[in-house]
Design a protein around this ligand. Sequence first.
Ligand SMILES: [Zn+2]
Length: 487
Amino acid sequence: MERYKGRRLQGMFAAVMAMAFFLFQLGIAEAGVSTLYPGAGNRPPKTPEWNVEKGKEEKNVSAKAAEQNGGAAKGVKKLDKKNVPMTMLSVMLGEGLASASVSGISDFEVVDGNAGKVLESCGANKSLNITVDGSYIAINGKKTKSRIVTVQAKNGADGVMKYNGSSYRGSLRLTSDGVRLQVLNQLSLEDYVKGVLPSEMSPGWHGEALKAQAVAARTFALYNRSKGGHKAVGYDLCGSSHCQVYSGMAAETAATNSAVDATRGQVMYYEHQVIYAAFHSSSGGATENSEDVWGVYQPYLRSVTDDDSKSPYHNWTAKFTVVQVEKQLASAGKGVGTLKSISLSPISSSGSVTGRTASGRAYGVKFTGSSGTVTITGEQARTIFGLKSAMFNVRTERSVKLPAAENSKKTAAASKGSQGTFSEAPAAMNGSAMKINGSETIVFDGHGFGHGLGLAQYGAKAMADKGSKYDDILHHYYTDVVIQEIY
Ligand SMILES: [Zn+2]
C-alpha cells in the first residue's frame, strides 16, 4: 500500500497549507470553482448503522486484518467459479402514482407479476398507460386481474424499458397498493452502477479514477442493500442521494460504462464483510479517521494523505458577519447571545495539537457570548455554517482607517477612501480566545470538500493522472480491504 510516513509529511503538508493560505491571502491562489461532483462532498454524511462495540476494539488491527484477508491485501481477488449469476437489484423509480407510461425500445410484453402470464404483447415503442382500477392494475384503461405486473423485453430477454419517457435497463415492476402505483426498476448490479457512476464522478476523468469510483459505487450499493432500509416498502435502493443518485440509461457515457465493465463484479470487503465505501470530493490533503467524523472506529476508514493540490476546493473561504454567526448558532439551538469570542486551535505543523484530528480537521470550536458558551464539533460547524469541510482556521477581518503614511503602499481602492481591510492573524487560540466586538467579518479559511472519509475523488484523480491503477487507489484510501470479484 502506498502509505506515507507520518510526521515529516504532516509537517510538509502543514507548510504547503501555510503557503497556500498565504497565497490565498494575496488573492493569487483562488482557484476557479468547477462543477460539483458529489453525490459525495455535497451530501451530508450518512451515519451507517455500525456496531458501536467495534469502536472499542483494539485499533492496531491492520496486521491481523491483512492476515485474515489472506496476506498483503493488494490487487484484485478473482473468482474461481465461473457463471455465477449477477446480483440483481430493485430500485424505486416512482411511488404514490396515479398513472405511469411504460414502453420498450424493442418488442416487449407485460406479464402478471406472480403467474408470469403474458397480459399484453407489444411492438417496440408502443406506449401503454398503466393505472389502478379497484385494487387491480389497468392497462390502457382495461382492468386486469393482477396487482403486480412486470414490463419486460419479449420472452424476458435483456432489454431497455421506458418509464415516463426515460430509458432503464432490465425490467419494470409495477405494483398497485389498491389506490396508487409503485414503479420499480429491476436490473443487475452492473447496469445499476452504470446509471450511478456519471452522477458521482465526471466522465471526463481518468479511466483508472472512474474504475475506482465504480468499485466504490458497487460496494456502496451492496452495503446499502444489506442494511435493508427500504426492504419494508418493497425494494432494495431508492434512486436519490439517500442511496445513490440513479438516473437510468440517460446518465450513461461510454467512458463510465467501460469503467464498470472493466471492474465487473468487484466489491470491497474487510474481514469478509462488505465495507461502507464512504467517499467524498476533496480531502484538503488528508482524509480522516472514521471515529473523528462519526464517532465510530472503522478499521478500513483511516486517515491517509493525498495530493489534493489540483482540487478547486483545496483552498476555500467563507465569510460571515457577527450577526450572521449569532443567528446561525441560535437557529441550530447553539445560541450564545451577543458573540464575545471564538476559540479554535489553529492548524499546526506539530502534528499533536489539541483540538485537531490526525488530518488537521477541527475537533471543536468554542463560541462565547453574553448568554453562555457552546462548543461545537468541526462537523457541526460544517453543517451550521454550510462550510465545505471541517478542516479550517478562523480569523477576523475588520475595516480600518489607514494611517496616511501607509496609504501609498496600499491598493488604489484603499487610498481613495482611506479605508482598507485589515486581517487579524489567523486566530492563535490555544487557550487565548479571539475577541469579537461586533463589527468584524468572521472568516473561515479551509481546505477540501466533504466529510473526509474514504476515497477522495480529487485525490483519486491525481493518483490516476500520475499513473496509479484503480486497485492501488482503492487500497490507498480503504485500509487493508480486499477487492473481491463476486461473479
Ligand atoms: Zn435510499
